[in-house]
Design a protein around this ligand. Structure first.
Ligand code: F6R
Length: 248
């Protein structure tokens, strides 16, 4: 794991944006793996700005999102499909048919099998963007006795539901289940950027980077990936011994 600590969230988002732009310039037909949530929002607005400035084009890029809530259709304003449309896809020149978000409605078991097949047939993800849950989750792979090798239906951890309640009117509205790429699906990406900011992520970052590899901290499995860069702000890096990171 390469671990870089930046002065703030904007600086780490800028580094991530440069990496995405470089990836797309080097391989215009790149497959990008994408996350939702607060963490990548600034990265996405930087990609929108770079597209509008003519610095990069996503015309031949295909995207694959990590996860989606069960029961929220693409037009629901808290669905991840809606989030991606609003925060990224509407502002870049990507073709709608090249964007993929798992479908959290209908027959989820079938949707999971289809999504995993789609990932396999895509030729693989070139660059995967990840955020980190306060409980160490990646995608919606929650801590537990085992992790999944492929896309599956998951029951959300209460910690995750409480964290994500900030996006809803009430905790009761936060779905209890979701569809998510498995840790195996994530680990098959060529390159990974894991982004984390703020003191709420410091404990999870300590366990991810410096702790034992355990299914109780799904992100700790990333220690085994051959090309992962962890991007942190000062607050998220607060519990890490400086031997684990480089300042940027
Ligand atoms: C979202 C996802 C989640 C989030 C994580 C952090 O697609 O897969 O793993 O990345 O919950 O969320 P934020 O960025 O809102 O702190």
């Amino acid at each position: 794991m390469k671990v870089y600590v930046f002065k703030d969230h904007t600086a780490l988002s800028r580094y991530a944006a440069e990496r995405v732009i470089e990836q797309v310039k080097q391989k215009p037909t790149s497959n990008l793996g994408l996350a939702t949530g607060s963490t990548p929002m600034e990265l996405y607005s930087m990609l929108v700005a770079a597209t509008q400035a003519g610095e990069v084009s996503f015309k031949a890029v295909r995207t694959y999102n990590l996860d989606e809530y069960l029961g929220l259709g693409a037009d629901h304003h808290q669905s991840y499909a809606y989030f991606m449309q609003k925060n990224l896809f509407d502002g870049i020149d990507i073709l709608p048919e090249n964007t993929h978000v798992p479908v959290g409605v209908d027959d989820i078991s079938q949707a999971a099998v289809s999504y995993e097949a789609l990932l396999r047939d895509s030729g693989g993800i070139d660059l995967q963007i990840l955020g980190l849950g306060a409980n160490g989750h990646i995608g919606f792979n929650e801590p537990g006795p085992e992790l999944s090798n492929q896309t599956f239906k998951v029951t959300l951890d209460e910690v995750t539901r409480i964290d994500n309640a900030r996006f809803f009117n009430h905790l009761d509205e936060v779905p209890r289940e979701a569809i998510t790429m498995g840790v195996g699906s994530i680990m098959r990406a060529e390159k990974i950027l894991l982004m984390a900011s703020g003191s709420g992520k410091a404990d999870a970052i300590y366990k991810t980077v410096a702790g034992p590899i355990t299914t109780q901290v799904p992100a700790s499995l990333l220690q085994l990936h051959r090309d992962i860069t962890v991007l942190l702000d000062e607050a998220a890096a607060a519990q890490l011994d400086p031997q684990f990171y480089t300042r940027r």
